[in-house]
Design a protein around this ligand. Structure first.
Ligand SMILES: Cc1cc2nc3c(=O)[nH]c(=O)nc-3n(C[C@H](O)[C@H](O)[C@H](O)COP(=O)(O)OP(=O)(O)OC[C@H]3O[C@@H](n4cnc5c(N)ncnc54)[C@H](O)[C@@H]3O)c2cc1C
Length: 486
């Protein structure tokens, strides 16, 4: 008997989202978190991309975030890329600081049966065929069937598991601070031989600023001081604008690394524990939350023993390539920020390309996460792609597709085909529906209307019906376990 079915090390955005997913699926889950509360040191993510807002919408909580942020109809990849013509209700980026994102996630998780062990530092673990023993810095242990490391880029779980973290060392280092300025700062971007620097307005007064300053060298050990931030301002602008009263000073780099494996038997990694890269493009938190949504229902089914543990291998198979692609994009964006004439010339050509409709759609699809395609084999273009949030007509009245996913359960939406899923009816909802409008996917455009679709709890299509049941039993077994005996 273990303390919990699943332990999550780390209650940042990834750990919180995973805790919610597991709790919704009825799994006994606990979060072991170093911090006493959800207060954050420093500013990190500045918002949510469209697909992340959609996955929150699939759980019925997106509007809690949207109501507290600011929406923008563009993503940025070297230049602003309009996504307002994308076929989604969430055709925008939501500007919302990470401390607010974490606060809203925490409020939601508080409504669910999730146990928190706060001010507990995970120091390591051991695992065998039956479970995992997690050690914490106070000398105590917690046991679980599974452990998920959501403990950030320096993940103790990843290191204890001996999972390699290959990639690239930092080439650029930035110091960031939030403070008051006595003199009027030079707001906006500033580019020089050292790189790009920025000063923006922060909450709390007309001269409250948030500065991000490129350091002349990488490889500094330890945390920067406020004097380091001042010295950098003087080096870049010739003045420190009289900054005082700092809330925080921190450093981040463009180190780019990814865990070689997202699973080692009973231990899994998600979020920054699995992948780190520069914040350019604003992807880290977003793909961490989406890792959690991919893993949660699979882990729940394995814990409940409706699916074999091998289902967990699909988590690495599906999510590792997504982060790998994001990391290539971030490295490309970083390279394009160089200020030498050759890079500027390259940037001009990239801008020209992205002024064309097809490249704009492709890159906007990638940055927004709306084009994610899991390789579930050949077939209808919907297979492995996100199910659109269509307005359905059903015997119960009008229904949005995403509302079928609020409980994190799978659904078979049937548009008049003859389907029988009785042996899975304890796990999969069957919804007879009508939909007369076009089927349109971001980037791809219009696709043929399916006769039925099997939608996984993460909102991706696992099977598309052509009017027959061909392949349905296999898809149900693969994703939701073997049929219930008659
Ligand atoms: C300057 C900056 C700007 C960024 N901007 C963006 C952006 O615009 N968009 C975006 O998507 N992303 C952005 N990111 C990245 C984003 O902040 C991270 O990807 C995100 O926080 C990852 O979430 P996580 O939950 O995986 O890890 P973390 O947020 O690092 O959370 C890890 C949690 O684990 C806890 N923890 C760590 N070790 C232990 C331990 N041993 N025991 C117990 N608890 C532990 C920590 O206290 C923390 O709560 C930015 C990052 C930086 C630095």
């Amino acid at each position: 008997m273990t303390d919990h079915a699943v332990l999550i090390a780390g209650g940042g955005p990834t750990g919180l989202m995973l805790a919610a997913e597991l709790a919704l699926a009825g799994v006994d889950v606990a979060v072991v978190e170093r911090r006493a509360g959800q207060e954050m040191f420093g500013a990190r993510a500045g918002g949510l991309h469209a697909r992340t807002i959609e996955v929150l919408d699939q759980r019925g909580v997106a509007d809690r975030f949207v109501s507290q942020g600011q929406t923008y109809p563009v993503v940025h990849f070297h230049v602003p890329l309009d996504l307002s013509d994308f076929p989604t209700r969430r055709n925008y980026v939501l500007g919302l600081w990470q401390n607010h994102i974490e606060r809203i996630l925490t409020e939601w998780v508080a409504e669910l049966p999730v146990r928190f062990y706060r001010e507990r530092d995970v120091t390591g673990f051991t695992q065998d065929d039956t479970g995992v023993v997690v050690r914490t810095a106070d000398g105590s242990c917690l046991t679980a069937q599974y452990l998920v490391g959501c403990d950030g880029g320096r993940s103790v779980v990843r290191k204890s598991a001996g999972i390699a973290f290959p990639g690239y060392d930092a080439a650029t280092s930035w110091v960031t601070t939030e403070a008051d300025a006595s003199d009027e700062p030079k707001w906006g971007w500033h580019h020089d031989a050292a790189g790009s620097h920025a000063i923006g307005h922060a909450d709390g007064g007309p001269r409250r600023l948030r500065a991000v300053l490129t350091e002349p060298h990488v490889g500094h050990a330890g945390e920067p001081t406020f004097d380091d931030a001042r010295a950098l301002l003087v080096a870049v602008y010739g003045t420190d604008f009289g900054i005082h009263s700092p809330t925080w000073v921190s450093r981040f780099t463009d180190m780019t690394r990814q865990a070689a494996a997202y699973r080692d038997r009973r231990v899994l990694l998600a979020g920054d524990a699995a992948h780190v890269h520069a914040p350019i493009g604003g992807q880290g938190l977003n793909i961490g939350v989406q890792d959690a949504v991919n893993l949660g229902w699979k882990l729940a089914q394995v814990v409940r023993q409706t699916s074999p543990a091998a289902l967990l291998d699909t988590y690495h198979a599906e999510r590792h390539p997504v982060a790998a692609r994001v990391m290539r994009g971030v490295m490309a964006l970083s390279a394009l920020r160089e200020t030498d004439e050759r890079t500027k010339a390259l940037g001009e050509y990239v801008s020209q390309m992205l002024a064309m409709d097809e490249p704009r759609k492709r890159l906007a699809g990638q940055m927004s996460g709306l084009d994610v395609h899991y390789d579930l084999g050949a077939g209808h273009p919907l297979l492995g792609r996100r199910m659109p949030d269509l307005d359905l007509a059903t015997a119960r009245g009008p229904l949005r597709v995403f509302s079928l996913l609020h409980e994190a359960r799978p659904a078979l939406v049937n548009f008049g085909a003859s389907v029988d899923i009785t042996p899975w009816s304890d796990r999969v909802a069957l919804v007879d529906a009508e939909y007369a409008g076009p089927w349109e996917l971001p980037v791809l455009g219009e696709v043929p209307a399916p006769h039925a679709v099997l939608v996984r709890p993460d909102g991706y299509v696992a099977w598309v019906g052509d009017g027959t049941q061909a392949g349905l039993a296999d898809a149900l077994t693969t994703w939701f376990g073997p049929p219930r005996p008659a």
